[in-house]
Write a protein that binds this ligand. Structure first.
Ligand code: DQA
Length: 138
């Protein structure tokens, strides 16, 4: 089983960025916890602040991996191009958000990605990623 976690714009600053919303922990450390929890699986990680790089990565792994966990950050609410890329590949994608986007500004309530993803997990902090990975298991 091969999984890829993709974090989009500003998520490289996790732990430093608006900690009251996104928490105090950086992603790299949490990734180690995830790798221990899902010992039987390979979990690759990619972060980019650039929309095209996220699309290129989806194309690169999207016919070979078991599943993709995607936090597209603010591109969630703007990117038809990422939605098209998800539609173009065969690997299922689960959308995740640390915060509960529906409890926030109204412009965060719309996602171009949810309709083309397998599902969406929002509001559980870093645990959202664990829940998303679990959703791929039998
Ligand atoms: C986010 C929610 C988005 O609205 C926001 O732009 C982010 C992070 C989250 O994980 O809660 O960058 O995807």
């Amino acid at each position: 089983m091969k999984f890829l976690i993709i974090n989009g714009p500003n998520l490289n600053l996790l732990g430093k960025r608006e900690p009251e919303i996104y928490g105090n922990q950086g992603f790299e450390l949490y990734l180690e916890t995830l790798r221990q929890q899902f010992g039987q699986a390979t979990i690759d990680y990619f972060q980019s602040n650039v929309e095209g790089e996220i699309i290129n990565k989806l194309h690169e792994v999207g016919f070979a991996y078991t599943g993709i966990v995607l936090n597209a950050g603010a591109y969630t609410h703007t990117s038809i191009a990422i939605a098209d890329a998800i539609k173009a590949i065969t690997t299922p994608v689960v959308e995740v958000h640390l915060s509960n986007v529906f409890a926030r500004e109204s412009y965060r309530h719309e996602s171009f990605l949810t309709p083309v993803c397998k599902g969406c997990i929002s509001g559980f902090g870093l645990k959202s990623y664990q829940l998303a990975l679990q959703s791929f298991l039998p």
